[in-house]
Design a protein around this ligand. Structure first.
Ligand code: PAF
Length: 281
């Protein structure tokens, strides 16, 4: 597996692959890879001739009081995991390499970024859209892989690709969970043992909501109330939001209908903000 630290290096290999008519699958990550990332890499491996994994803690998607410095990093372990899964190249640039001294361009997706996580993370999605745009172009990717765990990110990136006519297919992949239901996340490492136990309330509450849906409930206010009540049973949990929106434009909706509905939650467990969701189809 090639380890590339510069944009020029990635472009050199990509140029060669493209010359041979090979397809490229990109898995954008911030490193500290877990089984959720592994599932994206495996999917990319199945669907493309070449697989590029980017491993970059992107500073522009963190707000001033967020966890940029603390964000866990382990590049040696990431390299091993990617090599083991058959990735062709891992791209591990510095912030200076990605942004240089004179970077003036941002990509902003309107409307879809106003609510849910965007409401408390105002710079986050501009940072995400800008960095993934750069990565799509650097890797000349035919497909890029994103987890459904960050459902708002997935919807925003799909919208950006649609609106700006990018020549890339966005592939959304299912959430990978721990045995007790907690969605895999690099940020789970912030949880103390007591908080880790408490964090299971996120998936447990969504399960209650799903049970009501399976029993025929279509009123989304009733469904989000069931989820909220369950979350409120956990003393260490503080709710940021419990929302039901359409999974296209992320606008609030009242009833389940024929369209995809995203039921998303964000909950502080101690100081750690955890997110989870279900998509009802
Ligand atoms: O989901 C992530 O890990 C990041 O937001 C991404 C897509 C790699 C962009 O930095």
């Amino acid at each position: 597996m090639i380890v590339a630290e510069t944009i020029a290096d990635v472009k050199k290999y990509v140029k060669e692959w493209k010359k041979n008519g090979e397809t490229i699958g990109l898995v954008p990550t911030m490193g500290y890879l877990h089984e959720g990332h592994a599932s994206l890499i495996k999917k990319a491996r199945e669907q493309n001739d070449r697989v590029v994994v980017s491993d970059f803690v992107n500073p522009t998607q963190f707000g001033p009081n967020e966890d940029l410095e603390q964000y866990p990093r382990d590049f040696e372990a990431d390299k091993k995991l990617c090599a083991g899964l058959g990735a062709d190249l891992i791209f591990h640039p510095t912030p200076e390499e990605m942004y240089g001294k004179d970077h003036f361009t941002k990509v902003h997706v309107d409307t879809l970024t106003a609510g849910l996580c965007g409401a408390v993370r105002p710079v986050h999605f501009d940072g995400v859209c800008t960095v993934v745009t750069k990565l799509f172009h650097i890797a000349e990717a035919d497909r890029a892989y994103f987890g459904q765990k960050d459902a708002q990110q997935l919807a925003v990136v799909k919208r950006m690709v649609h609106d700006l006519n990018y020549n890339i297919e966005i592939v959304g992949c299912p959430i990978v969970r721990e045995a007790d239901g907690l969605a895999k996340s690099s940020r789970n490492t912030y949880l103390s043992p007591e908080e880790r136990k408490a964090a299971v309330i996120l998936s447990a509450s969504l399960k209650e909501g799903k049970k009501a849906i399976d029993a025929g409930e279509k009123d989304l206010k009733k469904i989000t109330d069931i989820i909220t009540k369950k979350l409120e049973t956990e003393p260490l949990a503080r709710i940021d939001y419990v929302s039901a929106v359409d999974f296209n434009l992320l606008q609030p909706k009242d009833r389940l209908d024929g369209e995809e509905t995203l039921i998303a939650i964000a909950v502080y467990i101690g100081k750690t903000r955890e997110i989870d969701n279900i998509i009802v189809r």
